[in-house]
Design a protein around this ligand. Structure first.
Ligand SMILES: C[S@@+](CC[C@H](N)C(=O)[O-])C[C@H]1O[C@@H](n2cnc3c(N)ncnc32)[C@H](O)[C@@H]1O
Length: 278
């Protein structure tokens, strides 16, 4: 497996995913009690957008670069503040990735575990967080981490499952991982990211999620391209298990706004629906 997120850092899928992530993490500030954050597929974090790899695809130009140059909706202010915190001046150079974005929302009492299986990526990740005692970085399999780290002692928090989907079975592994995690910690919030290329695997994925018997699953999808090519990332989605109160209401105006900024084609679309209600 040779996936490296530097080629995709800050693209439309990251903007969508990290907007949702930021809103969920922000909602955890409503209580003083500590929360726990687990990132099962953390990546390297802190991506240099001026590097040859990021410049080669230039994907960030149709993603975070567009937001960087825009006045955001108030609901996106915290996410953009997290991206600005990774940069020292007015020029966008670094993209923080989910671990550094989550760190932006950690309070002194909170804790996070970051798992990244690829040794080189994990070494980069460790270097970013060496001085932060709230953060543990582990070079392990993220799915095994669901068993090892759940339930957390904090009793509240979020698990992000964000694999690269390089193999066909990744959808099945995500569902299996969620089932194991939910059996151990039913009250946790889970955010599962997935790519939208062709519809049949996604329909199977959704059916498998419904068949798991897990309740309270919100489905958010975002596609700046028409869904007419299975060879391109047309869009992406997130399944949110136990989404925070009012997240749906907050996201409703955010999705069309993001689509207006990131749209690549008139057939682009976004949606928010309950896959399984409470
Ligand atoms: C899509 S990237 C993560 C992006 C990151 N979550 C973010 O939003 O900034 C997926 C990462 O998962 C790693 N990975 C792949 N299989 C893994 C596994 N079984 N366990 C843990 N990490 C894995 C890859 O090396 C890659 O860095």
């Amino acid at each position: 497996m040779n996936y490296r997120h530097i080629y995709h850092a800050g693209n439309f899928a990251d903007v969508f995913k990290h907007t949702v992530l930021s809103l969920v993490l922000k909602s955890l500030h409503q209580k003083d009690a500590a929360f726990f954050y687990l990132d099962t597929h953390a990546g390297a974090s802190r991506y240099d957008l001026s590097s040859a790899a990021a410049q080669k695809t230039g994907e960030f130009r149709n993603g975070i670069q567009r937001l960087w140059d825009t006045d955001p909706l108030p609901a996106l202010a915290d996410y953009l503040a997290a991206v600005r915190a990774a940069n020292s001046g007015a020029t966008l150079r670094y993209y923080p990735g989910s671990p550094a974005i989550a760190q932006f929302f950690l309070r002194p009492q909170d804790r996070m575990v970051l798992i990244e299986r690829q040794p080189d990526e994990c070494a980069l990740l460790k270097a970013v967080f060496t001085d932060d005692r709230r953060v543990t970085v582990l070079a392990q399999d993220g799915y095994a981490g669901l068993k090892a780290h759940l339930p957390p002692k904090e009793k509240r928090g979020l698990v992000l499952i964000d694999p690269p989907y390089e193999v066909n079975q990744e959808f099945e592994q995500v569902v299996a991982g969620l089932r194991i995690a939910h059996a151990r910690w039913a009250s946790g919030i889970y955010a599962l990211w997935y790519p939208v290329k062709s519809r049949p695997p996604i329909e199977r994925f959704h059916r498998a999620l419904v068949a798991s018997g897990i309740r309270k699953m919100l489905l958010v999808e975002f596609s700046p391209y028409p869904e007419d090519s299975e060879f391109r990332l047309n869009g992406c989605g997130m399944v949110l298990v136990n989404p925070p109160w009012k997240l749906e209401e907050t996201l409703r105006p955010v999705l069309p706004w993001l689509l207006a900024v990131l749209r690549q084609h008139p057939a682009g679309r976004s949606s928010i629906t309950w896959l399984v209600p409470e």
